[in-house]
Design a protein around this ligand. Structure first.
Ligand code: NAI
Length: 382
């Protein structure tokens, strides 16, 4: 197994990746151009490890050993002996590519280079390298030490044996690994789009309020409702991902961004971090409680969002982005959905899922409601 890892970018993701690898016994060098970021990463790390100590998950000597396994540097020259380097810097294709080109000069020929990008093309980055076969995407979720899922995304140039070895390595860091084709949003960020977009759509059309929609989802086991979750993620981030997925899928209507969210971004109402988003965090209002007469509406909201999510999961498998098993793992461990979406489809019945989606298509005549062939193929009456 790998013993020497390099991580570039000591922000939220890079410092988390360094922590989880060090906790599993890997020696890590964490690099950043910004000294302040390195200092912050160091104090965040000691705070996180302190919490593990308090909870009794590690003892004092383990804490010291983990800390001792991480070095903080500002120069990439320290990476010359690294077996793998994971990059977690700013989300910019040119900046990332330049870093990898420098690393190819600094590191040995056998070093695996990987990007933690959420939205950029792994294949496009690989194409700019001398050894594209040794490059791939390794996409962690935030916070990296806590979230179980990792998407491994080979470039079309990646060496298959290396991909398999890398998957084993990430599993050795106690992660659940799914394998995604290099495609926009990979698995989780693609399949989750309707959770937000269908919720906004219903609110815009006056079908239900944001409170009703959030409640409809949390009462069925989702940890947060769509509006609370978008406020939590930040509308700048969430809107950017939606736009990127929409653009990358050649402006497929299914991923069309909403004006409501665009206006929030324009106003600087970015969600929790700015005190205001869909909800107002500076002056919290009373929690909305459902009444009996809301039951039918809440059931409708839940089913409409659920069938849209199932359709997206089904299409992701249909188009070969990932396996059935991986789409189930991805949504449970990458976004904490209470159940796998295909399992949910089995439970409510494929006939019902297709009936609901066809009903939406008949009403709107929009491509976003087209039924995935994967679902039609599973109908009991063809
Ligand atoms: P961040 O802004 O918290 O940290 C980025 C760090 O990279 C900063 O400390 C910055 O000083 C450093 N940096 C920038 N250019 C550099 C360079 N040329 N050399 C060395 N260091 C450099 O960003 P965050 O959130 O950690 O994201 C990093 C990457 O991970 C991005 O590609 C992002 O899309 C991806 N990602 C982010 C997730 C999230 O929820 N924040 C989840 C999964 C992936």
């Amino acid at each position: 197994m790998l013993s020497k890892l390099g991580v570039i970018g000591a922000g939220a993701m890079g410092s988390g990746i360094a922590q989880l690898a060090a906790v599993s016994g890997t020696d890590v060098i964490l690099a950043d151009v910004n000294q302040e970021a390195l200092d912050k990463a160091k104090s965040r790390l000691s705070e996180q490890l302190g919490k593990l100590l308090e909870k009794g998950k590690i003892d004092a000597s383990q804490l010291n050993a983990i800390f001792g396994r991480i070095s903080f540097v500002s120069e990439l020259s320290a990476f010359s002996d690294r077996e793998m380097v994971i990059e977690a810097i700013v989300e910019d294709l040119d900046v990332k590519t330049k870093i990898f080109q420098q690393l190819e000069v600094i590191c040995g020929e056998n070093t695996v280079l990987a990007s933690n990008t959420s939205s950029l093309s792994i294949t496009a980055m690989a194409a700019k390298l001398q050894r594209p076969e040794r490059f791939m995407g390794i996409h962690f979720f935030n916070p990296a030490p806590v979230m179980k899922l990792v998407e491994v995304v080979p470039a079309i140039q990646s060496d298959e044996d290396l991909v398999v070895q890398t998957i084993r390595q990430v599993e050795a860091w106690d992660k659940i690994v799914v394998r995604a084709k290099d495609s926009p949003g990979f698995i989780v960020n693609k399949v989750a789009r309707p959770f937000y977009s269908e919720a906004i759509r219903m609110m815009e059309e006056g079908v239900a309020s944001k409170e009703q929609i959030d409640h409809a989802m949390t009462s069925q086991g989702f940890k947060m409702g769509p509006f609370a979750l978008m406020d939590f993620i930040g509308h700048d981030v969430n809107f950017a991902v939606t736009q990127s997925v929409w653009r990358s899928f050649w402006f497929d209507d299914r991923y069309k961004p909403s004006f409501s969210q665009q206006k929030l971004v324009e106003a600087g109402y970015l969600g929790k971090k700015s005190g205001k988003g869909f909800y107002n965090y500076d002056a919290p209002t009373e929690k909305w409680e459902p009444k009996e007469e809301d039951d039918t509406l809440l059931a409708y909201i839940f089913k409409r969002i659920l069938v849209m999510l199932i359709n997206e999961a089904a299409d992701t498998v249909q188009t070969g982005i990932c396996s059935e098993q991986d789409v189930e793992l991805a949504m449970q461990y990458g976004t904490n959905y209470p159940k796998g979406l295909l399992q949910w489809a089995e439970e409510i019945g494929y006939d019902e899922v297709v009936y609901q989606l066809d009903g939406l298509y008949d009403r709107y005549h929009e491509a976003r409601y087209r039924v995935s062939p994967y679902l039609r193929d599973r109908l009991s009456i063809l």
